[in-house]
Design a protein around this ligand. Structure first.
Ligand code: ADP
Ligand code: TZD
Ligand code: MG
Length: 592
């Protein structure tokens, strides 16, 4: 073992490894072993924020050809890593310093785990001898213990020769089975350790088949098909697990060959184009209670689906089941029955499960009864006509509809652009108004409805795909990660941020009931110039008060691919409390 000053020549996997400089056996060190282990496994990008003890890791990673994207706050780097995992099926890596940096990254790691995104949070940590005796080291914290309950798996590496195993375990844990977040604790001393370069190289593991296929049991497939065959009012629900699985062609074939109407969950929008004739999205409140057999593909029956019961599903009270039967395709066997009975669980990876169902369906599968399809079409067309009417209005000031009508056109004209979306009204209206045309283009607040994913997701979407990114942000939501506009400018990323500026959280109209000088808790500075924030770092800032101005600015942003922030002035009275989830706000039963 050596020290920081030890001759850390090149990485074991790099071009000049194995060439001694002084007649001694060539050596490598902890820094290079981490870099080489990541690269060996096809991980070539690190999202992070430098500082003790990982500053040199970021430098050396860049020197070894990795892309190192430095952020202004670790939570945003973590969110970037998480969504990189969702987009690519490879764990996104976030690198932070100890204690506070680690904690800043932990929210993202936890969010990734909840959303089933593969991610690895690598944090440097302080000296174990001191931390474990709680003697007050620099940034002292037992990070491994804290991370464990908040992610899928957590590991610590103490010896350089174990780095290969540590990285391999982290990768396999993140992507196999149900994907999720993994924490990897790397104490400061580890980086400085040196070892023989040849032995170091030999200690690295290239993970073979990190996310093995999991073939569903034939009897489970048959049970599902039997249930589906008897259905009078079948429905398919596509979740973000289906988007993640990258089984796009087979999922489309399953939908089209069976003729079953489908509903996409938020991040599954675009898996089939939202304009597909079998999409029942515009008739959601009709098909959920109306369906008799529902096929869940990579979607959990959590709060986003009202737990599979209650009024949404035609039940009489919030505890009543609607009487639907469920097929659930999921890689996690324990997901079934989490909320209501699952009559036909199909456990396996979505690609394998969907192709097994397709094989069982054959070529002469009877389409669902016309009565069901016609009723859905009638509802859908009526709702779409109503929506078209609302979108055609041009009020002053703009409201969410008139602004999002522009975004809808821009996305239609640029279907391969990535769309990031957060806020309350800014989220819910965008989801329902802006059609998506391609898989994995819509990235949003996910299972927790978390604010703060915006700029981290936008950076990773641009870095991982090279495509234009459009981020539709509530003004409150934007504030959580807004400083990363500097990051966007620094890396010159083709990101167009649209801040839906309604002067506050949900609305800008609340007043302080006491008449005191403080404004209400949900209200921000009026007419805040978010556009000037982007201009401050050399990007393009535009204040857009009309749909025409918004359209011109978005078109120019897409054309130029310059970092752009459009401050879209929205009627401050237009929003509703919590957007579409007003009912989740607790209401006291206390009498006045
Ligand atoms: P949504 O919020 O869109 O409804 P969820 O996050 O609730 O989606 O559900 C995603 C589900 O997909 C999780 O239960 C997860 O286990 C599952 N999943 C993720 N990837 C795969 C895969 N490759 N194969 C099978 N199931 C998967
Ligand atoms: N903090 C975190 C991390 N996540 C959250 N979801 C919230 C707070 C609570 N919250 C929401 O659920 S939406 C929202 C907050 C603060 C912001 C809504 O305001 P906005 O959107 O400006 O982003 P609209 O368009 O004004 O509704
Ligand atoms: Mg707002």
């Amino acid at each position: 073992m050596g020290t920081n000053e030890a001759p850390a020549i090149a990485g074991a996997g790099s071009a000049n490894a194995g060439q001694a400089t002084s007649g001694e056996a060539p050596q490598t060190d902890g820094f290079h072993l981490v870099i080489d282990a990541l690269k060996l496994n096809g991980i070539n990008t690190i999202y992070g924020l430098p500082g003790i003890p990982i500053t040199d890791l970021t430098r050396k990673a860049q020197a070894e050809g990795m892309r190192v994207i430095s952020f202004r706050h670790e939570q945003n780097a973590g969110n970037a890593a998480a969504i990189a995992g969702f987009i690519t099926q490879k764990p996104g890596v976030c690198l932070t310093v100890s204690a506070p940096g680690f904690l800043n990254g932990l929210t993202a790691l936890s969010n990734a785990t909840v959303n089933c995104f593969p991610m690895i949070l690598i944090s440097g940590s302080s000296e174990r001898e001191i931390v474990d005796l709680q003697q007050g080291d620099y940034e002292e914290m037992d990070q491994l213990a804290i991370a464990k309950p908040l992610c899928k798996a957590a590991f610590r590496v103490l010896e350089a020769e174990d780095i290969g195993v540590g990285i391999a375990r982290a990768i396999r844990s993140a992507v196999s089975g149900r994907p999720g977040g993994v924490y990897l604790d790397l104490p400061a001393k580890l980086f400085a350790q040196t070892m023989d370069a040849v032995a170091g190289k030999a200690s690295l593991i290239e993970v073979v088949d990190p996310a093995p296929r999991q073939i569903p049991a034939p009897e489970a497939v048959k049970r599902a098909l039997d249930l589906l065959k008897g259905a009078k009012r079948p429905l398919i629900l596509l979740g973000k697990g289906a988007a993640y699985a990258q089984a796009d062609a087979d999922i489309r074939a399953l939908v089209e060959k069976t003729g079953i109407p489908y509903l996409p969950m938020s991040m599954a929008k675009g898996l089939l184009p939202d304009t597909h004739e079998q999409s029942a999205a515009a008739a959601r409140s009709f098909v959920l209670p109306g369906a008799d057999v529902v096929v869940l593909i990579g979607a959990r029956l959590n709060w986003l689906l009202s737990h599979g019961k209650g009024k949404t599903w035609g039940g009489k009270t919030s505890k009543n089941w609607g009487g639907q039967k469920f097929v659930q395709i999921d890689i996690s066997p324990t997901e079934a029955d989490s909320n209501v009975r699952i009559d036909a669980p199909v456990v396996g990876d979505i690609g394998s499960c969907v192709s097994a169902l397709l094989a069982g369906i054959g070529s002469n599968w009877a389409k669902p009864p016309a009565e069901w399809l016609d009723a859905i079409a009638a509802k859908k067309n009526a709702n779409l006509a109503k929506m078209a009417e609302t979108l055609a209005k041009d009020p002053t000031p703009m409201n969410f509809h008139s602004a999002l009508n522009v975004v809808r056109d821009i996305v239609k004209a640029n279907p391969d652009a990535m769309l990031v979306n957060e806020g309350a009204n800014a989220l819910d209206f965008t989801r329902s108004i802006v059609d998506m045309y391609q898989p994995r283009k819509r990235l949003d607040v996910g299972t927790w409805g978390i604010m703060g994913i915006g700029m981290g997701f936008a950076v990773a979407a641009a870095v991982e795909t090279g495509k234009n990114v459009i981020a539709i942000e509530g003004d409150s939501a934007f504030g959580f990660s807004g400083m990363e506009v500097e990051t966007i400018c620094r890396y010159n990323l083709p990101v167009c941020v649209v801040v839906m500026n309604n002067n506050g959280v949900y609305r800008g109209t609340d007043v302080n009931p006491t008449g005191g000088a403080d404004v209400a808790p949900t209200v921000f500075v009026k007419d805040a110039r978010y556009d000037m924030l982007m201009a401050a770092f050399g990007g393009v800032g535009v204040r857009a008060a009309t749909p025409k101005e918004l359209r011109a600015a978005m078109e120019e942003a897409i054309r130029s691919r310059k970092p752009t922030l459009i401050n879209a002035i929205i009627d401050e009275t237009a929003g509703t409390e919590s957007g579409r989830i007003t009912s989740l706000n607790p209401q006291s039963a206390k009498k006045k």
